[in-house]
Design a binder for this molecule. Structure first.
Ligand code: COA
Ligand code: ADP
Length: 561
């Protein structure tokens, strides 16, 4: 890079579009369908820049639209590849709009889409890895692995939650006494895929399909409210199979459920080749939430729907469950880690998102670049990071141990009292899944109320997703009804802490402990930095002895798995 030149991500692609009347709906606002086409094109070009070959849209994560855009304004879309996996890539997209008269800019939405490279006709494509440069790129690269995990589990997670949730199916009548049979909102529409709807290989653009889906969903929503609805969210969905030029796409939509101020419309897309063809391929299904805004931009009350018997009633119940899950997910995922209260209750319906939040918070801390070496004793180093409201610390050393051994030993909190004198004991309360556990920890540390502390901690561990990734063990506090606060203890909370473990050479492993310090830890950090205590050194040396002592045992345990 030339001196003074601004760094630019090599996969970054930008698109700017002036919103013209032909892009808008009757309210003079940019149609979301058009926006989805622009988003998909920009993201696809970014993916293709990295892959060097044609790519197709595999999935799109939840999108929340924060603003509507009016005719005459300019839409700016920026897309870049966050991470390449094997044949797929996560592309991060940011959409804003600007008012040319005032010069002001607003965020419209942030989206993540996965594209799959269509390299050779046979064999699986292996994309070249991406080398993130900036702090933000490193963070997105690291967290992309966690988002992928959540994405690939999405269908099962949803299925699981829908079967297990107990739902309130009746909406309170409140100030609405209109009930519309869902059947009246049903829409069926066909589209013929022509060359302008597809790439040069003849594959239909995902954005074009999304635009067609938004069109039928808007019609269904309008039939319920007899007004112009505004699309607020599109739930994560994936394209199950490709479609080509010449396909007929059958789009079906219906309002599944209406809540007080919003409604869920479901859309299903099927493809067939010839008019006489009986069998149809299921291309994708998506769920969209609409609101109806009044003159002041406030959401109005939506009429109730009466679902049809059978599938309609099932979809009605599932829409309620999806609403809860979507709100949980939005709350836990889209909030910055520090804005999610420490005491988030853990339950089956948010377990995937809390685990995501746990790991991504630690990865965000790890990706920070402004750590400062505060003190070092015998190659055990303590770093600090000062941010607005938080003081974080990191303790690091290199050991002669295999990274996998350290990973398994450090992720089991039941053994931690052997090396960490702050721990008295830890009980495994819930094995959430293979890599997520909830522990009840009793601490030796005495609180300001002169009582010992206890913690309920979610421990989430992750093996490397790729070469160069660390092993990660993340901890955060949660609350569990089965472990309420006990008057004999002060309930302590940890916001974000954990281990990152890198295999440096065949023999050497770097172990780093991170802690975004809650106020209770402040004295620990400052006395260590000031040289008034060497507690961090003593604890880490004890940790080293513990790892050395138990490493063979864990290896035998792993071999027997
Ligand atoms: N979300 C994100 N990525 C997904 C996914 C989902 N729901 N399902 C599969 N993938 C990824 C896999 O993780 C894998 O990535 P990797 O190679 O980096 O590990 C990649 O897709 C291929 O997965 P695989 O299991 O081999 O293939 P598949 O048979 O499930 O096919 C698609 C996945 C996306 C290629 C296939 O469903 C498809 O062709 N969909 C249509 C794509 C398209 O044409 N879109 C435009 C509009 S129709
Ligand atoms: P599910 O029935 O589990 O919701 P589908 O993929 O079959 O999943 O359909 C997705 C959504 O598409 C449905 O929730 C519904 O809103 C809509 N849909 C499906 N079939 C029809 C149909 N025949 N007519 C109108 N809308 C439909």
């Amino acid at each position: 890079m030339e001196r003074g030149e601004r760094y630019r991500n090599p996969t970054e692609v930008q698109m700017s579009q002036m919103v013209l009347p032909c892009h808008t709906n009757h309210r003079g606002e940019l149609s979301i369908g058009q926006l989805l086409k622009w988003i998909d094109t920009t993201a696809c070009l970014s993916a293709e820049r990295h892959a060097g070959c044609p790519c197709v849209t595999a999935s799109v994560d939840d999108i929340y639209f924060e603003h509507t855009i009016s005719v005459g304004q300019v839409v700016n879309i920026k897309a870049k590849v966050n991470r390449a996996f094997n044949s797929s890539m996560e592309v991060g997209i940011q959409v804003s709009y600007e008012d040319l008269c005032s010069g002001k800019q607003w965020n419209v939405c942030k989206a993540y889409a996965t594209f799959v490279a269509q390299g050779k006709a046979t064999g699986k494509m292996k994309l070249k890895p991406l080398a993130p440069q900036t702090e933000e790129e490193k963070m997105e690269h690291s967290i992309a692995a966690e988002r992928r995990r959540m994405r690939l589990a999405h269908t099962d997670t949803l299925k699981d939650l829908l079967t297990n949730s107990t739902l309130q199916t009746e909406r309170e009548n409140g100030d609405c006494n209109t009930v519309v049979p869902a059947e009246k909102t049903r829409v069926e529409s066909v589209e013929l895929v022509l060359p302008p709807h597809a790439n040069h290989q003849g594959n239909t653009f995902g954005g074009q399909i999304m635009a067609w889906m938004e069109n039928v969903a808007t019609i269904a929503a309008s039939r319920l409210c007899h007004a112009h609805p505004t699309l607020k969210t599109i739930e994560m969905f994936h394209f199950r199979g490709p479609s080509q030029v010449g396909d007929r796409l059958l789009l079906k939509a219906i309002v599944n459920n209406a809540f007080k101020n919003s409604m869920e419309v479901g859309v299903c897309v099927e493809a067939y080749r010839q008019e006489m063809e009986v069998s149809r391929r299921h291309i994708n299904s998506a769920f969209m939430t609409f609101v109806v805004l009044d003159q002041e931009g406030q959401p109005s009350t939506i009429p109730m729907v009466k679902p049809e018997a059978g599938d309609g009633e099932r979809r009605y119940r599932e829409a309620s469950a999806r609403k809860k899950i979507r709100l949980d997910r939005k709350y836990i995922i889209s909030c910055e880690q520090t804005k999610v209260p420490l005491s988030v209750p853990w339950d089956q319906s948010n377990k995937v998102y809390l685990s995501y939040n746990n790991v991504s918070a630690l990865k965000t801390l790890v990706a920070k670049t402004n750590w400062v070496l505060a003190t070092e004793i015998d190659k055990v180093r303590m770093y600090t990071l000062e941010e607005d409201k938080y003081l974080s610390f990191r303790i690091e050393m290199s050991l002669c141990i295999d990274a996998t051994q350290a990973f398994f030993l450090l992720s089991d909190l039941r053994q931690r009292h052997e090396w960490d004198r702050h721990y008295a004991s830890a009980e495994l309360v819930q094995q959430v899944d293979e890599d997520d556990m909830i522990y009840h920890v009793l601490s030796q540390t005495v609180s300001q109320e002169n009582k010992p502390q206890d913690f309920v901690i979610l421990a989430s561990r992750r093996r490397p997703c790729d070469e160069g990734d660390p092993y990660v063990v993340a901890f955060r506090s949660v609350t569990l009804p089965t472990r309420p606060p006990n008057p004999e203890y002060t309930r302590g909370e940890t916001m974000c802490s954990g281990f990152c473990i890198w295999q440096e050479t065949a023999e050497l492993t770097k172990v780093s402990y991170y802690n975004q310090a809650a106020p209770g830890y402040l004295a620990y950090v400052t006395t260590n930095i000031a040289g008034l205590s060497s507690d961090f050194y003593v604890t880490f040396k004890a940790c080293e002895r513990f790892l050395q002592k138990n490493k063979d045992e864990i290896t035998v345990g792993l071999q027997n798995l």
